[in-house]
Design a protein around this ligand. Structure first.
Ligand SMILES: C[S@@+](CC[C@H](N)C(=O)[O-])C[C@H]1O[C@@H](n2cnc3c(N)ncnc32)[C@H](O)[C@@H]1O
Length: 300
């Protein structure tokens, strides 16, 4: 049964769209049903129409439902191997490419960034790679999400000890300040690189001219047609030579399979092709070489 056949589910989704501006009609039906049914279960209800009455009376339940549908699970350096590849190959490639083209603007986009762990992880790695020369680049990392509560958490940039456990101790010391309540607050040097935006990747104008796009663990919730559409959108948003990183359980689908270069299928790293770039697929560029490039840029 497709969502459109299920009249009362469609009524519920239309209501959410009208009340909250969130359109879930193109999300996978199985995920929607699982999530909504768990809320119905709590009230021992068996019909969506009865549940709509609960929503009308309880703003708290409405929030719970939106939380259940947006699924905000995230963590710093989630899937460490992907971040290792970002640090060792993707960021150095961006720097080399900027050097060759004499461009100073670097733009990355973490789409579906939840509470900020992903764009902040990326900002930390860019900071590590660029060192003192960071200020010489116009580096912006956009963190976008449809869920304003998740973005509020990202704005607060304060995380419990549990939430920062995946962060290497050296990076934790360098980029966070511990407060009296044993929470860790991200330093402004990293925060200032990240612009948080409420943005619906399905309907809002996308962020163009990106060098890196991370969209991880979001497409999996969309139906196949929508995934295809968004992947083509990402292609358009990338600068030639720019990289797309998906979640470990996601992959290219439809026409995007043939237009992206498959850099690392296992780690879901793809690239908008760029001819004549002169940098091999898997070249690892050492920190020493990056320092040299950055210094050359500073001298010019
Ligand atoms: C599971 S989290 C993934 C967070 C992070 N990318 C990661 O992999 O750790 C999915 C996020 O996508 C957001 N999201 C869902 N639908 C969206 C949409 N249409 N546009 C933008 N973000 C959306 C959710 O609010 C949620 O924060």
């Amino acid at each position: 049964m497709s969502i459109t056949d299920n009249v009362s589910l469609m009524r519920l989704l239309t209501k959410i769209h009208e009340d909250k501006g969130l359109d879930f009609t193109q999300y996978k039906e199985s995920t929607l049903l699982r999530r909504i049914n768990s809320r119905l279960h709590k009230y021992e209800l068996s019909s969506f129409d009865d549940y709509i009455k609960v929503l009308e009376e309880s703003p708290d339940e409405y929030n719970e439902l939106i939380n259940a549908l947006t699924i905000n699970v995230t963590e710093f350096f989630r899937n460490p191997e992907s971040f290792e590849a970002i640090k060792e190959t993707i960021i150095p490639r961006v720097i080399l490419s900027k050097h060759k083209k004499q461009h100073k603007i670097i733009r990355a986009w973490s789409c579906g960034c939840s509470s900020g762990d992903e764009p902040y992880s990326l900002a930390i790695l860019f900071s590590e790679r660029l060192g003192n020369a960071k200020g010489r680049f116009l580096l912006t990392i956009i963190g976008s999400d449809i869920d304003k509560n998740a973005l509020k958490e990202a704005e607060a940039m304060t995380y419990s000890r549990e939430r920062v456990k995946a962060i290497d101790n050296k990076l934790l010391q360098k980029y966070f300040e511990k407060n009296e309540s044993d929470n860790f607050k991200l330093k402004n040097s990293v925060r200032s690189l990240v612009r948080l935006r409420r943005h619906d990747v399905i309907k809002d104008i996308p962020f163009m001219r990106c060098d890196v796009i991370l969209c991880r663990n979001l497409l999996i919730y969309f139906n196949k047609e929508l995934q295809e559409e968004i992947l083509l959108k990402f292609y358009q948003c990338l600068n030639p030579g720019g990289s797309l990183i998906l979640g470990m359980v996601e992959s290219l689908i439809g026409p995007s399979i043939n237009i992206f270069e498959h850099v690392n299928n296992r780690l879901r790293i793809y690239r908008r092709p760029e001819q004549d770039f002169g940098c091999g697929e898997n070249d690892i560029i050492s920190q020493k070489e990056i320092d040299k490039i950055v210094n050359e840029m500073l001298d010019n």
